[in-house]
Ligand binder design. Structure first.
Ligand SMILES: Nc1ncnc2c1ncn2[C@@H]1O[C@H](COP(=O)(O)OP(=O)(O)O)[C@@H](O)[C@H]1O
Ligand SMILES: [Mg+2]
Length: 465
């Protein structure tokens, strides 16, 4: 560089110094003037170099400050992370950890550095960790796994995301694991699942108790209905027995060969003529009673069957009478019932389901009238165009506005535990909808609740599959 400098100077037309080749007659010897100028050169050069050094130093310090700032920033970000971050080399030796990782593993960073991460994996998670490492070796990015770290307080579950780390030349030099602590989340999830399970069981129990309650109502109602004809048959059978005894006694005398006078006396004594005259009516009564029993049993079969038949014609008038007889009469002897219904009111549908709807409505009316003195149930209905509409009104307290908005909600009840399940109306609503009908709740202007049921009239039902 010095030589260039000198030859530059020699070639320079600006300088007044003579060319060197002419000034040095003996190589190595300098004249005083030349020596001075060389020194000045050297000093100037040193000044320049020194100035360069100083500016480089300043630049270096600035860069250093920037670097420190960046490092502090990264450290604060790493420190603020709640996720566990661990950087390892290819062998799984820990190179760097963040504060969350140090807290989870229970060691300061300097004690973790250089140790193998495998030693900090819970034995139960070793297989998952091995799979994660294998995936990292295959350079698969961001593999998700769930691992448990060994923390001083026991297994520390984390959802791990592993990423391959590359050097500047693109070689894989390790992996970065970021783990999200899932303990809290999992505990919350477990609690939620347990609560859900509990709720499901309660609901199942309620559904079950609603089924049992309606079965109980059915049985109680049918028992009540059967009571009458059976006691009728029973009474007549007793009378028949007495007649048979008297007739047998009389026939015994005939077979024994008693004379006409003796037989006439026996006949009067045993009131044989009366027995003969009563016999047809007694037998008719028994027949009627058994027919009634047969009809009730048939009704029970029809209205309690769960099987989904093809839709059949159902007479709503008879169905409502049966529901009132079974539910109301059995539970509330002093209830007054008025039917304002045509002789027949035909719809198409599932008799059992429609009967259940009617029973639920009647049962609710009965429940509402427990505390009132004048208990009356009014059923009215008729055919309106292609639809059948039926109203059921009671003389209970009616339904408050806030309750009215929720009566069809499943499990909504205002009745005490063990009395109501809150399923009657929601099930009824569903069943009516399945029949292409509507069920509406409201209050009668004269007091009491008023439920309105509409259904497509028989022959007008839209096809619903
Ligand atoms: N006829 C009625 N009079 C007053 N309230 C009624 C009547 N029918 C239904 N409700 C109200 O609607 C609620 C829900 O009825 P429901 O679904 O049959 O369930 P549950 O009878 O088991 O309570 C009842 O708890 C009651 O508050
Ligand atoms: Mg009910």
């Amino acid at each position: 560089m010095g030589r260039n400098h000198r030859s530059d100077r020699g070639a320079s037309p600006d300088t007044d110094a003579p060319a060197l080749s002419q000034s040095y007659p003996i190589p190595g010897m300098l004249s005083d003037a030349e020596a001075e100028s060389a020194w000045i050169d050297v000093i100037r050069k040193m000044d320049e170099t020194y100035a360069n050094l100083v500016s480089q130093q300043v630049e270096l310090e600035r860069k250093n400050a920037e670097l420190e700032e960046a490092q502090a920033f990264i450290a604060s970000v790493l420190g603020a992370m709640t996720d566990v971050l661990i950087a390892c080399d290819r062998e799984g030796r820990i190179e760097q950890t963040n504060a969350a990782a140090e807290r989870a593993l229970g060691y300061p960073g300097r004690e973790l550095a250089g140790r193998n991460l495998r030693d900090f994996i819970d034995p139960a998670s070793r297989a998952a960790y091995t799979a994660l490492c294998a995936a990292a070796l295959r350079r698969e990015e961001a593999t998700d796994a769930e691992l448990s770290l060994r923390s001083p307080t026991g297994p520390f579950p984390v959802a791990v995301n592993s990423t391959v780390r590359y050097d500047q030349r693109g070689r894989a030099i390790g992996a970065v694991l970021v783990g999200r602590p899932v303990g809290e989340l999992r505990r919350a999830y477990r609690d939620l699942a347990a609560a859900h399970e509990g709720l499901k069981q309660t609901q199942q129990q309620l559904v079950h108790s609603e089924k049992m309650a309606s079965l109980g109502r059915l049985v109680a109602g049918v028992a009540h209905e059967l009571n009458n004809p059976i006691s009728f048959v029973y009474g007549n059978a007793h009378a028949l027995c007495r007649y048979v005894d008297r007739l047998t006694a009389y026939l015994d005398r005939v077979e024994a060969g008693d004379g006409p006078a003796a037989l006439a006396a026996r006949r009067a004594e045993l009131r044989i003529d009366r027995a003969r005259a009563d016999l047809p009516a007694t037998l008719d009564g028994m027949l009627e009673g058994t027919e009634r029993v047969r009809d009730i049993v048939a009704e029970l079969r029809r209205f309690s069957s769960e099987q989904k038949h093809a839709a059949e014609r159902v007479d709503l008038t008879a169905l409502l009478r049966s529901a009132v007889n079974w539910v109301a009469k059995a539970q509330m002897a002093d209830i007054a019932v008025t039917f304002d219904l045509p002789e027949r009111l035909e719809v198409t549908g599932h008799p059992g389901h429609l009967h259940q709807v009617a029973m639920n409505l009647v049962q609710n009316a009965i429940d509402a009238m427990q505390e009132v003195p004048a208990r009356r149930l009014e059923l009215a209905g008729g055919l309106h165009g292609d639809r059948v509409a039926v109203t059921i009104r009671d003389t209970g307290p009616g339904i408050a506005a806030d309750v009215l908005a929720r009566v069809f909600d499943p499990f909504f009840t205002t009745k005490p535990v063990g009395k109501g399940t809150g399923l009657g109306l929601s099930i009824s609503y569903q069943l009516v909808r399945e029949h292409g009908g509507t069920l509406a709740a409201g209050n009668h202007p004269g007091g009491g609740a008023l439920f309105t049921l509409t259904l497509p009239a028989a022959g007008h039902r839209e096809d619903r599959s």
